[in-house]
Design a protein around this ligand. Sequence first.
Ligand code: PMM
Length: 282
Amino acid sequence: MIPLVAGPRPLVMGVVNVTPDSFSDGGEWFEPEAAVAHGRELLAAGADLIDVGGESTRPGAERPSVEEELRRVVPVVRALADEGAVISIDTMRASVAAAAVDAGAAIINDVSAGLADGEMAALAAQAGIPFIAMHWRGHSTDMQSRAVYDDVVVDVCRELQERVEALQDSGIDPVNIVLDPGFGFAKTAEHNWALLRSLDEVVALGHPVLVGTSRKTFLGRLGRPAGADPKPPTERDLSTAVTSFHAARCGAWAVRVHDVAATIEALDVADALKGPDAEEHA
Ligand code: PMM
C-alpha cells in the first residue's frame, strides 16, 4: 500500500512515457522493453513510484487511439508491477485505467481529474485506489488558449475543490484523492511561478499534493533572453531538482520527475536542513 499522508519527505515518482512525442523524453522509451528497462533504472535510482503514460500531453499533441494507448502501456505496467513496483497509470481514459489496474497499477493519475471521460470517476471509485486529480481545463490541442485567470492561485484552488466535490459525489473516497495544480497545463510561465510560490495554499486544501514541474518549458526559459528558445528539456533537471526542494519545504506528498537521482539529492538537502528533531508533516 502506498502511504497517502505526506511523509517526512515527498515520495519520488519516476516518469516512464511510452510515447513517440512527449516533450520531455519523446520516443526514448517507446518500445515496451525500453520502457520497462527505464522503469527499472528509475527504481534503482530510488524512485518510490513509477508513472506509466501512453499519451503525450504536450501543447498541441494529438491523442492516440484507445487501442494504441492500451498497446503502449499495459505490458509496461504488468512487467513492472510483477516485479513489485508501485505503478501509477497516467491516462484520461477509464478503459485504459481499468486495463492498467487489472495489470497491477496501484494508482490512477488522470491529468483531467475525471473531466475527459465520464466513466473515469466511477471506475476509480470502484477500484478503491488513490486517484490523482490534476487541475485541467481542456485537451492539449487548445489548452494554452484557456490560460486565463483572475488570480491563478485562487482560481486553481477553487477549481480543484470543485473537482474534489464532484469526485466524491461519484463515490471516490476523499482519502484517496490526491491533488495536483497542473504545472504547464493551461498556464503561462508566470502562472506556473505564482502557483509554485503559493504551493502551501494548494497543500492547505487538505489532500496529498503531487507536484509535476519536471523539465517543463517555464524552467527552460530561466536565464534565456526574451524571445530566445528555451533550454532543451534534458537541460532542465537542475532547476527541476530545485523545485522539488521547494515542494518538500511546502509539504508536498510527491514529486513527479524524470531525473530521480538529482531529485533525491535535492530532497536529501531539504531533509538535512530540517534537522534531526523535525516533525513529520501533518
Ligand atoms: N505532466 C505531464 C504528464 N502527466 N501528471 C500529473 N499528475 N502531473 C503533471 O504535471 C503531469 C502529468 C506532462 O509531462 P511529461 O511529458 O514529462 O510526462
